[in-house]
Ligand binder design. Structure first.
Ligand SMILES: Cc1cc2nc3c(=O)[nH]c(=O)nc-3n(C[C@H](O)[C@H](O)[C@H](O)COP(=O)(O)O)c2cc1C
Length: 408
């Protein structure tokens, strides 16, 4: 299906209009299309894609197809890139710009592999480069498209404030601050650092870290003065968090099933399904990995299922066994959308063909000889984050170290 962009949403208008902007964090493997569609049903105002490596995105059609899908309801959307050159960041942003409302530069990832490649939080050692990347992106893609940066706080609050003020000067649209330093994977969030930044910057600041329910969103907003609150772990466990519900509701699980099934059907297959006299949905959703489908359910049901049932559910290995479990335990099963709704959730055919010139034009000649060019390789392994979650009883100490290794 050809891409039809919904209204030209201006993310900055959302910050102007809402008292508190509720945001689903970029999460490798997990903040993919179906999950973004789900949280949007539960008061999420803004979604981020998982971090995408800008060099692969620019160089490989396969990477683009695997790493980014979208549909009509997937807006407002920010695509997050990891990049350390102007041409890769601006090139990737330009390629993606018709299909999103803004791009974000990841300057917070503390993983070793990222640091070794001078990506993520390593970027903060070279602020001039970050400024160049943002400025050139800003110059190439006109507003209301946003260009934002996500960082972790530095060891000293005044240095964090200084950095954010500098980023503001190069026309960053908004900033996300994870209130932990790059050596601090878990633990207390430095709310005073977030507050100091929000008091000293005029652009919207998004506070992130440690929020597990809607009350805490409001508390963090009131304490820091930040305009937006971004949540990662909390929203995985409870996608209805922004509605005020304390655990995943059953209709949320039902919606997850419906979205997974419908958003992965082609028009042709949808018609086949509707014309099927028994109207039975096939046991396996088209074009959706079992991992993504199951892992999300495991997170969502973490606080819903009793321990024994949870262990059984977590060890399921097929679509049919998951569906059977849900039918037996909750009497729910996926439903086909009505035709009008189906169209809104159908995947767009993304066409990048006429948009590669910016990357090519900006690419320095020397790049042609770059020995480090890596052929894109889609990640098929089990999620380390998932494994850490199901083997740990302590929800608050989720360790996502090494997670990004899988995305390389
Ligand atoms: C599974 C998982 C994947 C993540 N992937 C990304 C990512 O792609 N980009 C990014 O900037 N941060 C990523 N993060 C960090 C989160 O966006 C967020 O900054 C961090 O988890 C703190 O928020 P929380 O306390 O609400 O979880 C990830 C976190 C988790 C748990």
């Amino acid at each position: 299906m050809a891409f039809i962009k919904e209204s030209n949403v201006n993310i900055l208008d959302i910050f102007r209009e809402k008292d508190l902007v509720k945001i689903c964090a970029p999460m490798v493997r997990y903040s993919k299309l179906q999950f973004r569609n789900l949280v949007k049903l539960y008061n999420c105002d803004l979604n981020f894609t998982p971090m995408i490596l800008a060099d692969s995105f620019c160089q490989s059609e396969k990477a683009r197809t695997n790493e980014f899908t979208t549909n009509f309801v997937d807006t407002p959307l920010v695509i997050q890139f990891a990049a350390n050159t102007v041409h890769e960041f601006v090139g990737a942003a330009h390629l993606a710009s018709p299909y999103c409302n803004g791009v974000d530069l990841n300057c917070g990832c503390p993983q070793r592999w990222a640091r070794e490649q001078e990506l993520g939080c390593e970027m903060l050692k070279n602020p001039q480069l970050v400024y160049d990347m943002v400025r050139q992106c800003r110059n190439r893609i006109s507003k209301p498209f946003t260009v934002s940066v996500k960082i972790r706080i530095l060891n000293e609050d005044n240095k964090t404030v200084e950095l954010c003020k500098q980023l503001e000067k190069c026309d960053v649209s908004f900033l996300t601050l994870h209130g932990r330093t790059s050596t601090q994977i878990v633990g207390e969030v430095n709310r005073d650092a977030l507050k100091a930044v929000s008091e000293n910057c005029d652009i919207p600041i998004i506070a992130n870290g440690g929020v597990t329910n809607l009350n805490e969103c409001f508390e963090l907003k009131d304490y820091t003065g930040c305009k937006g609150i971004m949540v990662a772990n909390g929203i995985l466990t409870n996608p209805t968090l922004f509605t005020g519900s304390s655990i995943t509701t059953l209709d949320c699980v039902q919606n997850w099933l419906n979205i997974c099934y419908n958003s992965t059907l082609t028009q042709e297959n949808y018609e086949k399904e509707t014309n099927n006299p028994t109207n039975l949905i096939k046991e396996k959703p088209y074009n959706l990995s079992f991992q993504v489908f199951h892992h999300h359910l495991v997170f969502m049901l973490e606080k819903v299922l009793p321990r024994r049932k949870r262990q059984i559910f977590n060890s399921l290995k097929t679509f049919s066994s998951v569906l059977q479990f849900l039918e037996d335990y909750f009497t729910i099963r996926p439903h086909l959308f009505e035709p009008g709704v189906f169209l809104k959730y159908a995947n767009f055919n993304l066409d990048y063909t006429k948009r590669e010139s910016v990357y090519q034009d900006l690419k320095p000649i020397i790049e042609d000889f770059k020995e480090s060019f890596q052929v894109y390789n889609a990640d098929n392994r089990d999620g380390k984050y998932f494994c850490s979650k199901i083997t740990s009883d302590n929800n608050d100490s989720c360790d996502w170290s090494n997670l990004f290794i899988e995305n390389g």
